[in-house]
Design a protein around this ligand. Structure first.
Ligand SMILES: Nc1ncnc2c1ncn2[C@@H]1O[C@H](COP(=O)(O)OP(=O)(O)OP(=O)(O)O)[C@@H](O)[C@H]1O
Ligand SMILES: [Mg+2]
Length: 237
């Protein structure tokens, strides 16, 4: 069973009298353990697709199955529960709370789970170590570099052991070298821990790290191909 299956998904937004078609005829299957990038010009529907995959929004037409469950018709509460349990999000902006330490930022999603309070910092420390930030637990976001802040955001996204990590332009606010470090981290999480990762990028050098490339244009999927060269990149780093 595929982790993700989109069948004839369409997304339209209405703005007053206008209807905007952001996605149409999208068929996509993603297996557990894949590392995939979505590329395409501005306005091609990349974020709209990520919002559906992340259960932040539902398709206007078609079906979305996550682990075999049809989530396209679930209500807001059911979607929120799936998001909390199964999906981690990373964005271009890091969205860290400025007055909280790295550790406290990473702990935040655990407040909505049943994990005992005494275990939260233990688990958050593990997640920070996973992204190479052991020793930085007490730093405020303002005391960390951009790349380190994005690592904190990645640790926060990983804290509930999601089956799917979604990243919309995760390197968009970083310089080239730092962006490549973040990609090496994603590649490591994918290869070593089998984490399924889907990311959006404008940058072919970033997409080169992923083993599958999907292209959107005007809301249509215009190509979907494997990228065997991604394996070579890991071997070199
Ligand atoms: N909430 C919304 N309401 C109305 N129209 C929207 C909404 N979100 C997106 N759109 C429209 O849907 C289309 C696709 O937008 P989307 O944000 O998915 O593109 P994108 O590929 O992520 O672009 P970018 O690279 O600029 O982030 C665009 O025409 C956009 O204006
Ligand atoms: Mg976008």
């Amino acid at each position: 069973m595929a982790l993700i299956r989109l069948h004839q998904v369409a997304k339209t937004y209405s703005r007053g009298a206008h209807t905007i078609t952001a996605l149409r005829d999208i068929d996509l299957e993603v297996e557990k353990g894949e590392f995939l990038s979505i590329m395409g010009p501005s306005g091609s529907g990349k974020s709209s697709l990520m919002h559906i995959l992340g259960c932040l929004d539902t398709p206007s037409q078609g079906r979305f199955y996550l682990e075999g469950v049809d989530v396209s018709s679930l209500d807001r509460d059911a979607l929120a529960q799936i998001r909390n349990e199964k999906i981690g999000f990373v964005f271009q902006q890091f969205y860290l709370l400025p007055r909280l330490s790295a550790l406290e930022n990473v702990e935040m999603p655990l407040l909505y789970t049943r994990l005992a309070a005494s275990w939260r910092p233990v688990r958050a420390r593990q997640a920070l170590a996973q992204v190479g930030l052991a020793g930085r637990e007490e730093h405020l976001p303002s005391e960390l570099s951009g790349g380190e802040q994005q690592r904190v955001a990645i640790a926060r996204a990983l804290i509930n052991n999601p089956v799917l990590l979604l990243a919309d332009e995760p390197t968009g606010n970083l310089d080239t070298a730092t962006g490549l470090e973040i990609m090496a981290l994603f590649q490591h999480l994918n290869q070593e821990q089998g984490l399924t990762i889907i990311l959006v990028t404008h940058d072919p050098d970033i997409a080169a790290f992923t083993s599958r490339l999907v292209m959107l244009r005007d809301g249509l999927m215009i190509s979907d191909r494997p990228n065997p060269a991604a394996q070579v990149k890991l071997a070199r780093s």
